[in-house]
Ligand binder design. Structure first.
Ligand SMILES: Nc1ncnc2c1ncn2[C@@H]1O[C@H](COP(=O)(O)OP(=O)(O)OP(=O)(O)O)[C@@H](O)[C@H]1O
Ligand SMILES: [Mg+2]
Length: 255
C-alpha cells in the first residue's frame, strides 16, 4: 500500500471546480513530482490533503489511516506536513525561534509554560532546541540560527520553510514550489538536501515549475491539469506525451 492514497478528491470554489476527482498515490521512499499549468489545482490538492481546506468529496488515506477532513495539527502529528508556496514564518523571530514554534507539542499557545520555566517545559524546550540544531545543521542553516529570519537569503528562507516542516518529525512532506525564485546554484543545493533527507527515510511530494529540477530529482512525475491527474511516469515518459505538452501549451518546459 502506498504511503499516501488519494481517491476521487473534489473541491470547488464559488461553483468552479478546482479539484474534480483527483486520484493519486505517493509511494514511501520516493520524491514524487507534481507538475501542471498555473491553476491546475496543485496547491488546492496540498490544502485539501494537509487539512487546511476541507475536501468536498473523495478520500485521503495516509499511512493506513483515513485522514479525510482531519484538522491540520492532527494530520501533522500523524506525520504529514506541507510547506507553503509563499514562505510563511515569522520574519522578526530568529531562525531558532522559528524552528521551535513548529516542534511537536509546541504550538505557539503552549510557549507560555516554557517561558514560565516549569521544569518539564524546560526539559521539553531543550529537546526541541536539540532537534532544531540538528535540522539546521542538516540544512546548512547552523551558522544563521540566531539571525532574524528576515535577514536570510531567498534560498535560506526556502530552507527554513523545509526545516519548520521537519520539526514535526514527519514521514511525508508536501513541498509547494521549494525552489521558486531561487538561483540555480541554490536550487541544486536544495535538491541535494532533499536527496539526503530521502536517504534518511523521508518521502516527498514536490510541486515545481522548474522542469530541469523535476527531471533530475523526481520519480515518478504526476501531471495535473484542470483539477485532474492527466499522466504519470518517469519524466521522459510524461514529457513525450502529446496531451501533457498540450496542457502546457504556451509554457516553456525549462525555466
Ligand atoms: N481559497 C480559494 N478561493 C477561491 N478560489 C480558489 C481558492 N484556492 C484556489 N482557488 C482556485 O482554484 C484553482 C486552482 O488553484 P491552485 O492554487 O490550486 O492552482 P496551482 O496548480 O497551485 O497553480 P500555480 O501553479 O499557479 O500555483 C484556481 O482557479 C484558483 O483561483
Ligand atoms: Mg500553486
Amino acid at each position: 500500500m502506498a504511503l499516501l492514497e488519494i481517491t476521487g478528491l473534489r473541491r470547488s470554489f464559488y461553483g468552479i471546480a478546482a479539484l474534480s476527482g483527483v486520484d493519486l498515490a505517493v509511494e514511501s521512499g520516493s520524491i514524487t513530482g507534481l507538475i501542471g499549468p498555473n491553476g491546475a489545482g496543485k496547491t488546492t490538492l496540498f490544502n485539501c490533503v494537509s487539512g487546511i481546506v476541507p475536501p468536498q468529496g473523495g478520500r485521503v488515506v495516509f499511512d493506513g489511516a483515513d485522514i479525510t477532513g482531519w484538522r491540520p495539527d492532527r494530520i501533522a502529528r500523524r506525520g504529514l506536513v506541507r510547506t507553503f508556496q509563499i514562505a510563511r514564518g515569522f520574519p522578526g523571530l530568529t531562525v531558532m525561534e522559528n524552528l521551535l514554534l513548529y516542534g511537536p507539542d509546541q504550538p505557539g499557545e503552549r510557549l507560555l509554560p516554557a517561558l514560565c520555566r516549569l521544569p518539564a517545559a524546560r526539559r521539553r524546550e531543550e529537546e526541541l532546541r536539540e532537534r532544531a540544531r540538528a535540522i539546521a545543521a542538516r540544512l546548512a542553516l547552523d551558522r544563521v540560527l540566531d539571525n532574524p529570519a528576515s535577514a536570510l537569503s531567498g534560498g535560506q528562507k526556502k530552507l527554513l520553510e523545509i526545516g519548520r516542516a521537519l520539526m514535526t518529525e514527519p514521514k511525508l512532506v508536501l513541498l509547494d514550489e521549494p525552489i521558486a525564485g531561487v538561483n540555480p546554484a541554490l536550487a541544486e543545493e536544495i535538491g541535494a538536501h532533499l536527496r539526503r533527507l530521502l536517504a534518511d527515510g523521508l518521502t516527498f511530494l514536490v510541486i515545481e515549475h522548474h522542469m530541469d529540477m523535476i527531471a533530475r530529482l523526481c520519480h515518478p512525475v504526476i501531471v495535473m491539469a484542470e483539477g485532474r491527474t492527466l499522466a504519470q511516469g518517469s519524466f521522459a515518459e510524461i514529457a513525450a506525451r502529446g496531451e501533457v505538452q498540450e496542457a502546457y501549451m504556451g509554457r516553456r518546459w525549462a525555466s
